[in-house]
Design a protein around this ligand. Structure first.
Ligand code: PHE
Length: 347
């Protein structure tokens, strides 16, 4: 019997569980009603009287050792389980909601403009924000020292030196530079829509900023006419401002288009009756447009006798101001979430 006691004591000492469930299983096996310790007690009743003292002490010591071991294991395993919960958090608690962001109103309007023209078969083209003089001015029929260059105050990155082959490096003042790049690399028919950020050295006010966004479009093919342009822009205006929108065109000037026009849309706030947004005229200016000047086609290697085309360009901030009735363009740049959260869109 002494061997059994020693053997059990050894197992108790060597027991090294990793979970509380293992400890409980062990407790039942050793200390439970039908456990090994009670079995030893039964056996103890049958030992001769002279051995009772010694064996009795050993069994008591075993019982105490087993109880102490199990109690201490229980507390350490419970502690480490609590630590785990503290480390990962209680996985059964309901989660806390995170506030969804919204798309920036400028992105929403830009996406809407692009989406409308993509329905007419236009594909998106993009280009660099840091450009050279050729793509922003010269290829677009702005002769050197022509006063039209002053229409767009330019941020220069590097001015050309007197060395041959050096050219001005600048921040693009309009996304027409993307159209030049497209004409250089693609053969007509070309039908592209060019969204992008542009830069002009202008004083910041409620209606102007030195950084803003444009979307310009270009369509070149055989036999493209002014009537095609008018119809495309009318379709665009109705899609963006509603079925009742109408447009009018006023003669204008751009070096790269001839003839050129300024497009107004009927004021969607007062329905054309005249309000403070349209300054009582019933019309809102939304874009510039025109038939691509043959000089521009030729500069990019397109035969101007065979092909013709039209181009148009608009400021996204301006369209967004008109669409949402926002009176200060600077709000689009301050990124105050109280402002931004008012715009929601699937696009
Ligand atoms: N590039 C012109 C601008 O930035 C807009 C424009 C584009 C006008 C195409 C006519 C045709 O002001």
């Amino acid at each position: 019997m002494i061997n059994k006691i020693q053997d059990l004591l050894k197992r108790v000492e060597e027991f090294a569980p990793t979970t509380a469930a293992e400890v409980e299983e062990f407790r039942i096996k050793i200390l439970g009603k039908k456990g090994e310790l009670n079995a030893l007690m039964e056996e103890f009743k049958t030992v001769p009287a002279e051995q009772k003292r010694e064996l009795g002490q050993k069994i008591n010591a075993l019982k105490q050792a087993a109880q102490e071991k199990i109690n201490s294991l229980k507390t350490t395993l419970a502690d480490s389980a609590a630590q785990k919960v503290a480390a990962v958090g209680d996985m059964t608690r309901p989660g806390s909601a995170t506030a969804d962001g919204t798309r920036h109103p400028i992105s929403i309007v830009k996406n809407q403009i692009v989406e409308i023209f993509s329905r007419l078969g236009y594909t998106v083209a993009e280009g660099p924000e840091i450009e050279d003089d050729w793509h922003v001015f010269s290829a677009l029929n702005f002769p050197l020292s022509h006063p039209a260059r002053d229409m767009q105050d330019t941020f220069f990155v590097e001015k050309a030196s007197s060395e041959p082959d050096t050219k001005d490096v600048l921040l693009r003042t309009h996304t027409s530079s993307i159209q030049v790049r497209a004409m250089e690399h693609q053969k007509p028919p070309i039908r592209i829509i060019c969204p992008g950020r542009v830069f002009r050295n202008e004083a910041i006010s409620y209606r102007a900023h030195c950084i803003f966004h444009q979307v310009e479009g270009l369509y070149i093919d055989e036999g493209v006419s002014f009537a095609d342009m008018k119809q495309s822009i009318l379709y665009f205006a109705k899609e963006l401002f509603g079925e009742t929108a109408t447009i009018r065109m006023r003669p204008s000037y751009f070096p790269f288009t001839e003839p050129s026009a300024e497009v107004d849309v009927s004021c969607n706030l007062c329905g054309g009756k005249g309000c403070n947004v349209c300054k009582g005229t019933g019309w809102l200016e939304i874009m510039g447009c025109g038939m691509v000047d043959p000089n521009v086609l030729e500069a990019s290697g397109i035969d101007s006798k065979k092909y013709s085309g039209f181009a148009f360009g608009m400021g996204v901030e301006r369209i967004a101001m008109l669409k949402y009735g926002v009176k200060d363009l600077r709000l689009y740049f301050e990124n105050d979430v109280r402002f931004l959260h008012q715009f929601d869109s699937a696009l």
